[in-house]
Design a protein around this ligand. Structure first.
Ligand code: ADP
Length: 363
């Protein structure tokens, strides 16, 4: 059968284990040999114990775990040709010519580059005597399929990325917990949540937790935001509300592209209203904890579809990423999505927020 390897790369997210599990079990079900590559591209470059064959039970009891049990890493060597050559050799020695990469746009870009480079990497390996002509022929084509694991929901081409829903659960639990203590002491709480270029977590958490105000990168507040927020908070208190909740995305900015930090918001509120104001930075708590049912199911469905895509792939098949479209796991062109995601990041940097939001939409 075909040799398939699955690995997780870049930042971790809840639900990655479910995706790994589905790839392994679907792969075995269709008669493939399935391998884990531990520690992302680093494990692929280093080889050895990092590449291990999986069996049905090696993915038992992982679906409920956060993070990724096969490890993830950032790997500088894979960015160089030399590193990719070592990675190619390690794959060929195991007869692996099908890769399932679970990561962000960086990891997917790397996989695409690897595929484009594959033929010339193999020729070099033959020339250097590291693999035989037969090995080169038997492994002539590399197929890749991607899945996006990211809590930020920052990837173009899919409705949801694996991990976003669980991160939202973490944030909502934290806001509810904080709201209880804020109520007791009539406090104002500012929560910083993750999202450098994408305010999805902050926005959805604000909507679903009855927050008073939210700052996101895609929609910088008006110039007089300090006045606006103070008026809003005063109004809430005058109507009998005993607490205030404000969410600030990590990447929140003003009209000039300057960061709006939790500290800056606190200073405004303390100086102008004198409210007892506290800051909570949620940080990596958002990446932790158990994956939600939604993320487990998303991982299952995407993982299974990824294997089907590999089984159907031929030499002319372009790499795809498995995306959620409505309620369907579908295949979309990998590089198209990556390029669009990068274009959105550029538009954000150039402060073309409307354009960025439009581009991020489906299709
Ligand atoms: P993410 O996948 O979450 O966007 P990174 O951008 O850090 O995270 O990418 C993860 C890893 O993918 C990098 O450490 C590197 O090994 C590999 N990678 C990223 N971009 C490239 C690239 N252009 N060429 C080769 N490898 C890359």
């Amino acid at each position: 059968g075909k040799g398939i390897a699955v690995f997780t790369s870049g930042g971790d997210s809840q639900g990655m284990n479910s995706a790994v599990r589905a790839v392994v079990r679907m792969g075995l079900y269709v008669g493939a040999r399935v391998y884990f590559i531990k520690e992302g591209y680093q494990g692929m470059v280093d080889g050895g114990d990092n590449i291990v064959e999986a069996n049905w039970s090696s993915v038992s009891g992982i679906i409920h775990k956060g993070g990724t049990v096969i490890g993830s890493a950032r790997c500088m060597e894979f960015r160089e040709r030399e590193g990719r050559m070592r990675a190619a050799k390690n794959l060929i020695k195991h007869g692996i010519t099908n890769l399932v990469v679970i990561g962000g746009d960086g990891s997917l870009t790397g996989a695409n580059l690897f595929r484009q480079d594959w033929t010339s990497l193999l020729q070099l390996l033959v020339k250097n005597g590291e693999i035989t002509e037969e090995e080169c022929k038997a492994n002539a084509h590399l197929n890749i399929v991607g899945m996006v694991g990211s809590i930020d929901n920052d990837f173009c081409g899919t409705d949801m990325t694996i991990g976003t829903d669980s991160a939202l659960h973490r944030i909502i639990e934290a806001v509810d917990a904080i709201a209880a203590t804020a109520y007791s002491h009539q406090r104002c709480f500012i929560l910083e949540v993750m999202g450098r270029h994408c305010g999805y977590l902050a926005l959805v958490a604000a909507l679903t937790s009855e927050a008073d105000y939210v700052f996101i990168p895609e929609n910088p507040p008006p110039e007089n935001w300090s006045e606006k927020i103070c008026n809003k908070l005063k109004q809430e208190r005058s109507m009998g509300q005993r607490l205030n909740i404000i969410l600030v995305a990590e990447g929140a900015i003003d009209q000039h592209g300057q960061a709006i930090t939790a500290e800056a918001v606190k200073k405004v509120i303390v100086d102008q209203l004198g409210f007892d104001t506290r800051i909570t930075v949620l940080g990596h708590v958002q990446r932790g904890g158990s994956p939600s049912a939604f993320d487990r199911l998303l991982g299952c469905r995407m993982g299974a579809e990824a294997v089907l895509a590999l089984m159907e792939a031929n030499t002319a098949t372009e790499p795809c990423v498995i995306s959620l479209d409505g309620n369907q796991a579908v295949r979309v062109p990998l590089m198209g999505c990556v390029l669009k995601t990068q274009a959105v990041a550029r538009a954000m940097k150039e402060r073309n927020w409307d354009q960025a939001v439009q581009m991020r939409g489906r299709s």
